[in-house]
Design a protein around this ligand. Structure first.
Ligand SMILES: Nc1nc2c(ncn2[C@@H]2O[C@H](COP(=O)(O)OP(=O)(O)O)[C@@H](O)[C@H]2O)c(=O)[nH]1
Ligand SMILES: [Mg+2]
Length: 313
């Protein structure tokens, strides 16, 4: 049977999960929950993945056990990778552990606290229905500072300025000497968007090749990416188009911002404006940047983070 909501929970929280499921279904939200909806002929993990992909919302019961569960983070990763929203429902007063924090955006937490969960079900049903119908019934927001953590990665041809942009953004530094990045480097910077702190985990990778052969693990779990083009080398725009397609295949339709970098080199600028206009018409967000002067660098990261977190800038 078709469903709207996938319920993700640790085995120890089964009683709470069943109560949530029953209340949602009584409120006309169609749910998928294991083991109830796994058919005897199904392969267990395939059934789970397919149920997640067919859902419009994942309701994830957050607890100590969910933090320690091998399955709940995998389910969250699958949902995030396909752009399916997750509504974390705190059934215990815990924060997401390291395996879950990357996937959970605290903006949408629902606090089913204090236990038991039953006392919070009418509000939860209203919140879930609001999310499904887009009517935006407000969801209780925890009173502690909200921190979103998001993995983002840099994609682009070699020497377009990926590493320089990260350096400019993270440490306000720039160097003219070219250094090919070895391996993967992860930088972190926290920015403020509205009421929320957003900790960006920025992945930058060795760029000796065209990065079209990047391992899927580099892309997987990224909630967005910056796609960098060198404004003085039109071929890097062609590479970017290929990379954007690959990224969408691996990560699903996550937000990205295209950076036309080296804007300071106006005399050598060689991009075809009509091609860029076409990309904008297709929905690309395009920003001209310079890692050298700092022009629009902060703004580019900010735009990406805002789109990931999903609040208006
Ligand atoms: N003029 C100019 N040069 C840049 C800019 N960004 C990067 N570069 C230079 O381009 C070269 C490649 O930069 P790098 O960040 O290593 O590129 P990556 O291979 O994409 O990581 C280096 O010599 C940088 O100094 C920029 O905005 N303007
Ligand atoms: Mg580099």
């Amino acid at each position: 049977m078709a469903h709207d909501v996938f319920i993700s929970y640790a085995g120890e929280d089964k009683a709470a999960a069943d109560a949530v499921c029953a209340a949602l279904e009584a409120g006309r939200c169609r749910c998928w929950i294991a083991p109830r909806d796994v058919q005897p002929s199904d392969n267990w993990s395939e059934a789970i993945v397919s149920a997640i992909l067919q859902s419009r919302l994942v309701v994830l019961l957050l607890s100590r056990h969910a933090n320690g569960s091998p399955y709940v983070p995998l389910e969250a990763e699958r949902a995030t990778g396909r752009g399916i929203p997750i509504l974390p429902v705190r059934v215990e007063d815990v924060l997401p552990g390291p395996s879950l924090e990357l996937f959970l955006s605290a903006r949408h937490w629902f606090d089913a606290l204090p236990p038991p969960v039953v006392g919070h079900l009418p509000r939860l049903v209203a919140a879930v229905r609001g999310r499904l119908t887009g009517t935006g019934v407000p969801v209780a927001v925890p009173d502690r500072p909200i921190i979103h953590r998001h993995k983002v990665c840099l994609l682009g041809s070699y020497a377009v300025g990926k590493t320089s942009l990260v350096r400019r953004f993270v440490s306000s530094m720039y160097s003219d000497s070219y250094y090919a990045t070895l391996g993967v480097r992860i930088d972190k910077k926290t920015i403020t968007i509205g009421q929320a702190s957003v900790a960006l985990h920025i992945w930058d990778v060795a760029g000796e090749e065209e990065s079209t052969s990047l391992p899927a693990s580099y892309l997987a779990g990224s909630q967005g990416f910056l796609l960098v083009v060198d404004g003085t080398r039109p071929k890097t725009l062609d590479v970017a188009v290929v990379l954007a397609e690959r990224a969408e295949r691996v990560m699903g339709p996550v937000p990205f911002v295209a950076l036309l970098n080296k804007a300071d080199l106006a005399d050598w600028w060689a991009l075809d404006e009509a091609t860029i206009d076409d990309l904008v018409r297709q929905g690309w967000t395009v920003v001209r940047t310079s890692a050298k002067t700092g022009e629009n660098v902060e703004q580019a990261f900010h735009t990406l983070a805002t789109r990931i977190v999903g609040v208006p800038s």
